[in-house]
Structures are given as structure tokens and as C-alpha cells.
Ligand binder design. Structure first.
Ligand code: ADP
Length: 542
């Protein structure tokens, strides 16, 4: 039986590397000893070698399930370059080509076969598998099996059946770059891993400076313009939430004399290709893009990735931000966010109905999952902890993470306790709902955020007295020594955190959100991070 000495020899012989990276060794050792494995490592960390080395050492065949048909030819070419004979079977081939590839594999002339998950369920492949000695089944992008992941792919759910139908069970090794605790549990359960060796490594990218800034749309623009203008020789990617924003920001930057291209799915294939090529060749310095940009882009010297809006999960954020500094040189990832970004994301989830195959219950479950992921993202925006540690903890990496540079550890903010303001706002909403008669249809009659601020500050504007006696509310004037801007800020945060909601309609009113009761709990705390005041991280009463 092959052991780690053989593995090291194979690493040198086929790949020309002297040693394994952290995380590779325990996975390969487990697979060689006949145990299932789950490797969680970010893109580029070296997952492929974890199944390719066992593949060359095992006698039988290794089947690799991979979701991207378009990458299979490259993967196979890469192995062939290293002297490992491999084939792929997919829909880009004619039936004859498919049969030829399978015949090659069945004859034992190749070590590795790449297939898409959909193929496992075909008669052709089941027939092949029943008569071939498969030693190892490697599952790439295994998070696709989970509805908790970003890229759920139903065909992955068929992998378990495929394994069950084999004459004997191969060793199973699953790999993914994006797995939170929940996704990991799903992979183990749905693929059917048997007491796997689990390794989670490599999420901390120590050359990335992580930076989080809360800003209004105007400040975001100014910040980006200043940042990019000051770095005429550096390449960067700026991610925006909408196509329109990418276009207008790219225009702005061009007006400032910066060579910027725009990239989104609404452009023609040719325009997209050009933007990508010019960026990779350094003829344009900056790409302003939607999340359509990045898949399969191989550019190592991206010095910064700026997010003009907050994405809807840490997975999405880190994947995009992680395109900075692939060369290992220092790079910066800045997330510019606002409460409005969070509200937009929340509304998007609330209105989610695209998937009409789902029952109302299933749809609500999907929504809830996405809300939990969104909370992980908003937590990153608001945390006062080390941002590197936040990320590694989120991905389930154990062990200490030392900060290699982030805006929180550099302390460029102040923590302000606003619990009393949040409680007063909550009581004020209660006052309003009590004072105002409901609408004729029974729906509550509420007020907008501006009116809440007025009541809390004890505004003596006429309508407070004349109109519905709002000045008789118990919370009237409760926060008279606080600024309107500060109260508004807390209201926004309460909305984005789900303590309050804003109704749709011509006059948006503020009502209690799903987490409203939390605000009366004795341990309820709300803090805001105040930026632009470089002070040490100290708590003070607002
Ligand atoms: P992933 O599948 O995790 O995205 P890959 O398997 O494609 O990553 O590996 C990324 C790069 O790292 C490849 O160029 C690979 O050859 C290289 N690599 C992997 N393992 C090692 C190692 N032990 N030493 C040096 N380079 C490695």
C-alpha cells in the first residue's frame, strides 16, 4: 500500500514540488489509508493535488466529479503535461469521442476521468462504472450539493445514489473552497462520507489588508476616486451591485484620466472579452464590474479589490476580494458599505420568488438560509474584532489567526454604545402604533423615520401638537440632546438588523421587524462603529 513517502516521491516526480502545503498532507494520508476525506481550502490552495497524487498511486481509476465542463479540457491537459494520462467525458464531445474516452479508462490506460455530476446518472456511465475498478471518487466543488452554498446544483444530490449503485464502494474525497459549518455537514451527509478526515486550512490570506468603511454613496465615490487616482500604476477591481453603477463609475474614473473598463453580463461577449483581455494585459488598470467578473480570470498582480456595495454573503465577498494579491505581494481589499446596501439585500431576499418549483415552505426555508448568510456579511461590516479572525472563524478554521493587517486592529474607529437610543426608538414606534388609529383595512398606521426623530427630539413643529397629539407620547423629547443624524443612523441600523422594517408604499412607514422583541431583553446591546475619527477602540457613552 502506498504511503506518504510514495506521495512525496510522486509530488516531486509528477509535479516538481519539494513539499506539501499545510492541509494537503493529512488529506492525502487519509485517502491513501483508505479513509474518506473532506478538504476545505480556498481556491488556489492546492486541492487538486490531494486527489491527483492518490490517483497516480492507486491501482484503479479515479473519477473526478467537476461542475465546470468548460474547465475539464484544461484540467486534463494540465495532468497530461505532468505525465499523468487522463481523459474527460462531457457534452462537448461526440458520442464516439465519449465512448473512446471511456474505453481508454476501462482498459486501464488512464488514471483519471473527469465528468460532470449529471453524467453519473446516465446509463452509459453507470454501465461503465459497473465494469471498472474505481478506487477513488473525487468530488470537486462539493458545496454544490448543499442548498446552503451559493451554487446549489441538484445533480450533486445524485452522487450518493451513484455510489450506492457501484459494485463496491470507492474511497470518497470531497473538496470545496467555500464551506461553513452547515455546508460541511451537508456535504458529509448528502454525499455520504464515512467518518472523513476533515481539513480546513488556508483561508487566511496574510498578504491582504482587510478594510471596512461605512460610507454614503457620495463618500464611496469620492473615496474610490481618490484611492484609484493615487495609484496610477496599480491594477484593481471595483465591484458594484448593478450594471448601471459599473457604467457610471467607470465613466467617472475615465473622466479623471484613469484607464478603466466596465464589465457586466449585459455587455456583448466581445466587449466582455476585450475588457478582460485589456485588464490581464495591463492596458487598462481598473475594471469596474458586477459579480459576473472574475470566474476563471488569471491575473496575479491585482493590487486592490474595492467593493462599492456589500455582497450578500461572506462566501461571495471573500471569493471576489480574494482576487487581490494572488502573487503573494501586499494587496488591499476594501469593503465600502451602507445601511442602504443591507436593506437592499434584505428586500431582495424578502421578494425572492424566482424559484417557482419550490413550495411556500421550501421558499421560506431558502429565504431563511439566505438571511443567515446575510447576517454573516453584515456582521463583518460591523464587527470591531480582527477582520482576518472574523473570516477564518466564519470558514471554520481552528487555531489562532494573527492579524496581518486590518482596519479594525489598526483602530481607525470608535465604538459608541447606542443601546439607549435603540430602546427609545423601539418604544417610540410602540407609542406611535398605540396613538394612531389603524387604517380602515386594519393595517397599522405608522410614521416614517423622520417623524420618529422629531418625536424623540421633542420637536415643537406645529403638526406634533395639532396633528394626533404626538407630543403626548411617553417618548416625546426622550432624546432631545441627541442629534437627528445620530438617531437616524441608529434607526437605519435597526432596520438593517431586522429590529424594525420599513413598509413598501408611497409613504414608507417604520414598523416592528421580526427581531423587535430583542430590544426589550435585558442583555440587548447595540453599538455603532464611528469611522473617520482615528481614535483607539474605546467604548464611550453616546
Ligand atoms: P485549488 O484546486 O485549490 O484551487 P490547485 O490545485 O489548482 O488549487 O493548485 C493551485 C496551484 O498551486 C497549482 O499551480 C498547483 O500546482 C500549486 N500547488 C499545489 N500544491 C502545491 C505544493 N505542495 N507546492 C507547490 N505548489 C503547489
Amino acid at each position: 500500500m502506498a504511503d506518504m513517502n510514495d506521495a512525496r516521491a510522486a509530488l516531486r516526480q509528477y509535479f516538481g514540488y519539494d513539499g506539501f502545503r499545510p492541509g494537503q498532507e493529512p488529506l492525502i494520508a487519509a485517502i491513501l489509508s483508505g479513509r474518506d476525506a473532506l478538504g476545505v481550502m480556498p481556491t488556489g490552495a492546492g486541492k487538486s493535488i490531494c486527489y491527483q497524487i492518490p490517483a497516480v498511486l492507486f491501482e484503479g481509476l479515479t473519477v473526478v466529479v467537476s461542475p465546470l465542463v468548460s474547465l475539464m479540457a484544461d484540467q486534463v491537459a494540465g495532468l497530461e503535461d505532468n505525465g499523468i494520462h487522463a481523459v474527460y467525458v462531457n457534452s462537448t464531445q461526440s458520442l464516439e469521442e465519449q465512448s473512446a474516452a471511456l474505453a481508454e479508462a476501462r482498459a486501464g490506460r488512464c488514471k483519471v476521468v473527469y465528468v460532470a455530476p449529471e453524467r453519473l446518472g446516465t446509463r452509459q456511465f453507470a454501465g461503465f462504472a459497473a465494469n471498472t475498478r474505481i478506487s477513488l471518487l473525487a468530488i470537486d466543488e462539493a458545496h454544490c450539493v448543499s442548498q446552503w452554498g451559493q451554487d446549489f446544483r441538484p445533480a450533486y444530490l445524485g452522487i450518493g445514489d451513484f455510489i450506492g449503485g457501484l459494485p463496491y464502494r470507492p474511497i470518497i474525497a470531497a473538496f470545496t473552497a467555500t464551506a461553513t459549518e452547515r455546508v460541511r455537514r451537508d456535504i458529509v451527509k448528502l454525499v455520504g462520507l464515512n467518518a472523513p478526515q476533515i481539513s480546513v486550512t488556508g483561508f487566511d490570506r496574510t498578504n491582504l489588508y482587510l478594510d471596512v468603511i461605512k460610507a454614503t454613496p457620495t463618500v464611496k465615490r469620492q473615496w474610490i476616486e481618490r484611492y484609484v487616482t493615487a495609484r496610477p500604476d496599480e491594477s484593481g477591481i471595483i465591484y458594484c451591485a448593478t450594471r448601471k453603477e459599473t457604467e457610471s463609475l467607470a465613466d467617472d474614473l475615465q473622466r479623471h484620466g484613469i484607464s478603466a473598463a466596465c464589465y457586466h453580463a449585459g455587455l456583448s461577449a466581445e466587449e466582455r472579452h476585450r475588457a478582460q483581455r485589456d485588464f490581464v494585459n495591463d492596458t487598462v488598470r481598473v475594471v469596474v464590474a458586477t459579480n459576473a467578473f472574475g470566474m476563471g480570470i488569471d491575473k496575479s498582480n491585482v493590487r486592490y479589490v474595492i467593493h462599492h456595495n456589500m455582497p450578500d454573503s461572506i462566501e461571495a465577498y471573500y471569493q471576489e476580494a480574494g482576487r487581490a494579491g494572488r502573487d503573494g505581494e501586499p494587496a488591499r481589499c476594501t469593503l465600502l458599505w451602507s445601511d442602504a446596501d443591507i436593506m437592499t439585500r434584505r428586500r431582495f431576499i424578502d421578494n425572492e420568488s424566482e424559484n417557482d418549483r419550490l413550495s411556500a415552505e421550501e421558499l421560506e426555508a431558502v429565504r431563511n438560509r439566505r438571511r443567515v448568510m446575510l447576517d454573516g456579511m453584515t456582521g463583518y461590516c460591523r464587527t470591531t474584532e480582527c477582520l482576518h479572525r472574523y473570516i477564518t472563524t466564519y470558514f471554520g478554521e481552528t487555531g489562532e489567526t494573527a492579524c496581518s493587517g486590518c482596519s479594525n486592529c489598526d483602530g481607525e474607529f470608535e465604538i459608541v454604545d447606542v443601546t439607549d437610543i435603540a430602546r427609545a426608538v423601539s418604544e417610540c414606534v410602540h407609542d406611535i402604533l398605540t396613538l394612531l388609529e389603524p387604517n380602515r383595512d386594519g393595517s397599522p398606521r405608522g410614521l416614517g423615520a423622520a417623524k420618529i426623530v422629531q418625536i424623540l427630539r421633542g420637536s415643537d413643529s406645529q403638526d406634533m401638537h395639532d396633528w394626533r397629539h404626538l407630543d403626548s407620547a411617553p417618548t416625546y423629547g426622550r432624546l432631545k440632546d441627541r442629534s437627528a443624524a445620530q438617531i437616524r443612523d441608529v434607526i437605519s441600523q435597526m432596520i438593517s438588523d431586522g429590529y424594525l422594517v420599513v413598509s413598501d408604499g408611497r409613504f414608507p412607514i417604520v414598523l416592528f421587524g421580526p427581531r423587535a422583541v430583542r430590544t426589550v431583553a435585558p442583555d440587548f446591546r447595540m453599538t455603532v462603529k464611528r469611522l473617520e475619527r482615528p481614535a483607539g477602540a474605546s467604548v464611550r457613552q453616546a
